[in-house]
Design a binder for this molecule. Sequence first.
Ligand SMILES: [Mn+2]
Length: 340
Amino acid sequence: MIPIKMMSNNDLDFDSVIRFIEERDRFTLLSHISPDGDTLGAALALFRLLKKRGKTAEVVCANPVPKIYGFLPCSESVVMPESAVGYENVISVDCADMPRFGRAIRIFEAAKHTAVIDHHMTNPRFGEINLVVADAAATAEVIHELYKRMGVEVDEPAAICLYTGIVTDTGNLCYSNTTGNALRIIADFVDKKLVDVAELNRLIYRNVPYGKTRVQGFVNSNIQLEAGGMIGVATLTQAQMKSFDATNEDCEGIIDGIRDIDCVKIAIFIREGADGSYKVSLRSKGVGDVGRLAALHGGGGHEKAAGYTAHEPLSTVKADIVLQAHEELERVLGGENKAE
Ligand SMILES: [Mn+2]
């Protein structure tokens, strides 16, 4: 494989993590809440690496493994914080900050030694040892590099985990964060027949629960356009979700569908939570900074993707954010017009 320039910026951090692993024996790996393909794939691949080195390890997550990721090798061994041993050496995997641990935070806080392995640029490096590779497409890409540097062979189960982490964090190798290195890793897996790309694609992307298809169809058919089509907004109540037997997991991706409408610049999706609050998801495309909008409500995110939780009635939540999205478009486009 072609030498990787980007990872070499982190040479010293890789050395520290390798020493952290080699010098110790019992590890707890922490995945983040609302686990995705990367936090699970990367943690399970690291779990295998540790096992191969004769170490004791467990993977802990505050939420159950989503059904869709049940195909990941060893996913059945992922435990809830309550069932965790909580070994003295804790490694955070793909967690951008400590709140991402959810209630598993107490395991991190009780640890004797901690290491952080991640790829989020904003990671505050909250471990004793920190390996944050900001230009890696996925934490799975960082774990793959760890396999290489430690001279551990990637077997078929590990390849399935690493592949899943990389494709799910890059929108199936379509987003701008897709690196040449990520593509070379996958090319290598394909050459070595370690992954069946068609079968994994079916498991990850063509394996949709009935309730998800129905709830997404319902929301999509009720999208409203504002500001001459530049704002797309949709809402979903608990009662509507229940009528489709849809879970929170089934609502993932709805916001991206709103954003993808050709004329839409700012997409808004408001979903009622089980506690009666409203989760507001925001996306922008080319114009406007939704991170600013979320910050007005105490939320977080960045220019293109952000969100917050609101506690007012739905009509108020919707009217507020639509107005603010209008103002954001005016701020950006108004400025542009003046400059011309
Ligand atoms: Mn990730």
